[in-house]
Design a protein. Structure first.
Length: 255
């Protein structure tokens, strides 16, 4: 059983940034090669008038894998529950030879249906459901190029190790407002929890990490019900981006 696992939701991106971490990476890939944000986040003709943010899905991360490795070496003693596995990765990783133009290989790849309504939520929920009985002690859920949303990703991960749930970057509890995505989150939150959801904890990009004990705090049927409801709820990807804290801990009072 893995102590830590990176779950990547990709649409054909080159995830070279994860070189050296192959043993803890599981990639859920639709194998789509589009580079436009509109192709990945919206079905054709859906919400044409929403403001669109410019993204660069091919840039290098702000913090390289080498910087991560240097930071991690100083943190291994504090992260005793993941010490053995990460130490093995650090010892086997060479600081010469990561080709940023190459393609990551040797990691676990799972082909997955492209669901434009759920987007990365389909990847993440599928992982939880299919791996419910063999989850890592800590699972980190990321988009293929998480650095578009989490500039110092590895530092954020290190800061949050040991917590049951953390957004990436970390964020505090806040009220859902009245913009269209917040309203969607309120609506879907109430559908899945059967109670009012007026607040949550989230960061742009839907990246987060959760402990095995937190995920298993809910029965498998819960996650199956969430994905079932999300598949029929229009634009559920925008709602779930704000609801992962609620999905992992539905028992909490989110009113």
């Amino acid at each position: 059983m893995k102590h830590i696992e990176l779950v990547l939701a990709t649409h054909g991106e080159n995830i070279f940034w994860a070189n050296g971490l192959e043993s803890i990476v599981t990639e859920y890939s639709t194998k789509r090669q589009e580079s436009r944000i509109s192709d990945r986040h919206r079905e054709k003709g859906l919400h044409k008038n929403l403001n669109r943010q410019n993204h660069n899905f091919g840039h290098s991360p702000n913090q390289t894998i080498y910087e991560f490795m240097r930071s991690l070496r100083g943190m291994v003693r504090m992260a005793r529950d993941i010490n053995l596995e990460l130490t093995e990765i650090l010892n086997s990783h060479s600081q010469d030879g990561v080709d940023e133009t190459g393609i990551l290989s040797g990691h676990n790849i799972v082909e997955i249906e492209n669901d434009g309504n759920l987007n990365e939520a389909n990847h993440f929920l599928t992982h939880i459901i299919t791996r419910y009985d063999s989850l890592a002690e800590t699972t980190i859920f990321l988009q293929g190029h998480p650095f578009d949303h989490v500039k110092n990703l590895f530092a954020e991960i290190l800061k949050s190790i040991g917590q049951d749930f953390s957004c990436l970057p970390s964020a505090s509890l806040r009220r859902l407002g009245n913009d269209c995505h917040d309203l969607l989150a309120r609506q879907l939150g109430e559908i899945i929890t059967k109670k009012k959801v007026e607040s949550s904890c989230w960061s742009a990009g839907a990246c987060f990490m959760a402990s095995k004990s937190a995920i298993l705090g809910n029965p498998l049927s819960w996650y199956r019900d969430v994905i079932k409801e999300a598949k029929t709820f229009k634009d559920s990807k925008f709602a779930l981006e704000r609801l992962w804290a609620v999905v992992i801990n539905p028992q909490k009072d989110w009113s």
